[in-house]
Design a protein around this ligand. Sequence first.
Ligand code: GAR
Length: 227
Amino acid sequence: MAVTNQPARLVVLISGGGSNLQSFIDACGGDNGTGRLDAKIAAVISNKPDAKGLERASQAGILNIMVDHRAFDSREEFDANLGDVIESFDPDLVILAGFMRILTTDFVNRFIGKLINIHPSLLPAYPGLHTHQRALDAGDAEAGATVHFVTPELDGGPAILQAKVPILADDNATSLAARVLTVEHKIYPAVAQWFCSGRLQMTNGQAILDNEILGQTGRAFSQDNER
Ligand code: GAR
């Protein structure tokens, strides 16, 4: 994005607990341990009325809105309405933070290049749901999370940053999900900072960081490269 003196404007979409949202709130307020995010959360939008993340937004004094998908007759109508609400905030970056909806191609194309997602697997492995159980069932030694640009293909857009965690012998889906979340909270605001500082963009369907085309799994997270 074009860098100006104004902090970048973020719109964050959630459906649930909002722990990733919290990592953005913390990073926008100062260094959350992985570096500061020079941005402002203009609005948080949930498609579910009972999403705990709405409370987190309220507590942080951030405008929060519920757009209940059940109030619409079709996916297309919901996405069109959601898109209008997002656009009214004129965001530089739209962040899917546990937003559990399949998005229409029209919606994705409306925000393409400034729409990012975090997915709890080492993409391209395990797109879709139940990622932790699938990694356990497969006997994998590692799991993790991937931040990627969103394209119309479900969980298929170009990867930006990927973090791995070990799978332990006594893990179940809950314990593994908790371990993966700890790295999600580090990598997601870090990617947003790359974007907001003009270092990251999507061009011709590829993720480009510091003028380098990223490979299929994006940059590998290490404590040194998140800034
Ligand atoms: C996170 O693990 C995120 O990666 C996942 O939902 C969780 C939301 O947690 N997203 C997806 O599965 C998207 N396909 P949070 O509400 O505590 O941030």
